[in-house]
Design a protein around this ligand. Sequence first.
Ligand SMILES: [Zn+2]
Length: 314
Amino acid sequence: MTVPAILAALSVAFPRPGAALPSVERCYVLGAAAPGTTNVVVSGSSFPVHPQGGWVAMAELKPGTNTISVSCVEPGAEAAAETNIVVVVAPKPPLIDKVVDKVTQPEYKKLDYAGDTPRPHPSEHPDRVPVVVIDPGHGENDTGALSPHSLPEKDANLRLALAVKAELVKRGWKVVMTREDDSFPKLYDRPKVAHREGADAFVSIHHNAPPIDKDPRKLRYHCVYAWNEIGERLATAVNRRMAAALGESLKNNGVMKGNLAVTRNPEIPSCLVEADFVTTPEGEIDCWSRERRAKVAAAIADGLDDWRRRQPEP
Ligand SMILES: [Zn+2]
């Protein structure tokens, strides 16, 4: 699927709906203009527009102001298209932290239903069909990050997760999804699915966005988050295959420590894949490209197969 061209007037969005600014000095905004528009002017500074219409810009805010002005001259237009967005300048914590429930203390927060001992690795019972829970992040009103054309991360997550499911089924896995449509299972109910299903592994699928005051044009990579040792082994296998499949096309940030609601499970190896960033025009195109999705899905499935067979041996 290609990114739908926005032919209407200039659109502009805050990267996360309802998010508040952590500082009043700068933030990024993104949006789309008619294809062929060469540049947008954001609060007085000019930024290039991608040939497909997507753009992302940094807005410098003057103290005391909470409005960002955006304008552009579209091809064939008589006058400039203009729009303003009002930003929330109260330094409330951004919603992004709630979504992944980032916890700063070094101890994991125990899942009250989970035991402390890791379950036997699937290589110890090779006759049993391996079970994995795949968790497409966000859903329903929780869009996750937005791309320049306002395509929501929740949709990229679901598409990639369903492609991963199809690959794993071909490889003989039983796959249980936390969602298969635009619904929103509660964050803490997601790892519970793995517990209930007696799963061997849990993989959450996300796409990334920078903090609201960082410049998205300089931030694009893939990585896998894990918290404990069993999760790290799974994450390493998945990341190795993703890095091999994507090569030079996308920076690899490797396996990262992530104390997240979905990675803390002491019983079931769990990890969270950040497959790419949706926030640049180029990232948006790749995140919604069927061909690229197939490549990433096969890599994640290969990683799970390596992990299941303990290949290569650590
Ligand atoms: Zn996400």
